[in-house]
Design a protein around this ligand. Structure first.
Ligand code: GLN
Length: 408
């Protein structure tokens, strides 16, 4: 299965997994937190484990309590009363939700547009479901020094040219992983009008919706005129409550999208783990009382500052992220020896893989090489960057940036 080569290759998360790196390496690679979920969410998890029914199968749609919590939390944001039976689907993490959308909708040869760089998981998920990925670039900023994530720009003529009679889905990701871009209302209107003109579905991955900084507005494309009926929005308890290993996520959309996707997810996992659905429900129920998301956003803005202050002091080009918890560092001018003993998994990969490996072993800070978020043809663009995650407590970030001062 030649066309699946990339999809079957070892993934970047496994190559740069903490288990493959020195024990004292600080992980700014794969995006997960080094702090626990809030106490009241953990207590809810423990409580649900001690009950009987919450240890057993849920309805494939998701537990009613979580669907109700999603309804209460999100209905105001979507400007409509979400129907818990028809318009909300709990999934085993955002990944599985998105996979199920592709399973439900893609027929062999259907084209799926993704903005490049793209979260790597989209590519194999599309290919395994018979789809053909089509890449539309987010153009990196041209200016030297510090740029912001919103300087990564989309060319609407390029997007239009990428659409063919076989195009079925556009994947949107805002706030964007790995760039941190928060798509503006104007950009989303441009995407929406093409989706309408060519009758496309939009899969809008909004798992970092709680992490939009500096007064930027998180606009949900599903709320633009005419877009509800053709958009499925993806959410994540892992991102919301510092619980990425829980694998609890959700999809919100019209019945015409949720119903077929429910059929797919029912056959893939049957249902999502029950006890942690209960805990995620409590998370959404109590978040307003604790002002949780506002406080969390402020904490992340502080974490971001520790990392980006370091990049400033290094005098390297980088992208200041408006959303999410990643920052891209331009490593075009960073030096490392070619003959370093790289492991097999890194040999033969891009310069960014080698730089990332070298920095992890020599300085003790891991990162993710950005060429993994590009198709093979455009990997060279991504090779200029490493992605650093700042979903870590401030002390850890301070230790990491001290080590990063050793970058040459
Ligand atoms: N979304 C996370 C990241 O980008 C984790 C990746 C994954 O799902 N394997 O780091």
């Amino acid at each position: 299965r030649l066309r699946d080569g990339r999809a079957l290759a070892e993934d970047v998360w496994s190559i740069f997994n903490a288990a493959n790196l020195p024990a004292d390496c600080i992980n700014l690679g794969q995006g997960y937190m080094n702090f626990p979920p809030p106490n009241w969410v953990r207590e809810a998890a423990q409580e649900s484990l001690s009950r009987v029914e919450t240890n057993h199968y849920s309805h494939p749609k998701g537990r009613p309590r979580l669907r109700k919590a999603i309804q209460s939390f999100y209905s105001p944001q979507f400007g409509r009363e979400l129907d818990i039976e028809k318009e909300i689907l709990v999934t085993s993490g955002a990944n599985e939700g998105q996979y199920s959308v592709f399973t439900a909708f893609l027929e062999k040869g259907d084209e799926v547009i993704m903005f490049e760089p793209f979260f790597d998981q989209y590519l194999p998920s599309v290919i395994f479901n018979g789809g053909v990925p089509v890449y539309v670039p987010l153009h990196p900023p041209k200016a030297e020094g510090k740029s912001t994530s919103n300087d990564w720009s989309l060319d609407f003529d390029e997007l239009r040219r990428a659409i063919t009679p076989k195009t079925k889905i556009i994947i949107l990701n805002t706030p964007h992983n790995p760039v941190g871009k928060v798509f503006t209302r104007v950009e989303l209107e441009g995407i929406a009008s093409l989706a309408e003109e060519f009758n496309l579905l939009v899969m809008s991955d909004e798992v970092y919706d709680g992490l939009v900084f500096d007064g930027n507005e998180h606009v949900r494309i599903a709320t633009l005129p005419g877009m509800w009926d053709r958009t499925v929005t993806v959410g994540s308890a892992g991102k919301a409550f510092a619980a990425t290993g829980w694998r609890v996520g959700w999809l919100i959309g019209p019945e015409s999208i949720i119903r077929p996707t429910l059929a797919a997810t029912t056959r893939i996992v049957f249902c999502t783990n029950s006890p942690l659905q209960e805990a995620a429900a409590v998370g959404l129920e109590l978040a307003p009382k604790y002002n949780f998301f506002q406080i969390q956003r402020d904490e992340y803005a502080e974490r971001r500052k520790v990392l980006t202050d370091c990049f400033d002091s290094l005098g390297l080009n980088y992208t200041f992220p408006e959303g999410g918890y990643f920052a891209l560092l331009d490593i075009s001018n960073v030096k490392f020896p070619d003959d370093y003993p790289f492991p097999k998994s890194v040999q033969g990969r891009g310069r960014d893989f080698k730089a990332s490996w070298f920095l992890a072993l020599e300085l003790g800070v891991s990162s993710i090489p950005v060429s993994e978020f590009y198709c093979e043809e455009h990997a060279g663009i991504g090779e200029a960057f490493l992605r650093f995650a700042f979903c870590k407590d401030v002390d850890t970030l301070h230790r990491a940036v001290e080590r990063l001062q050793g970058i040459k």
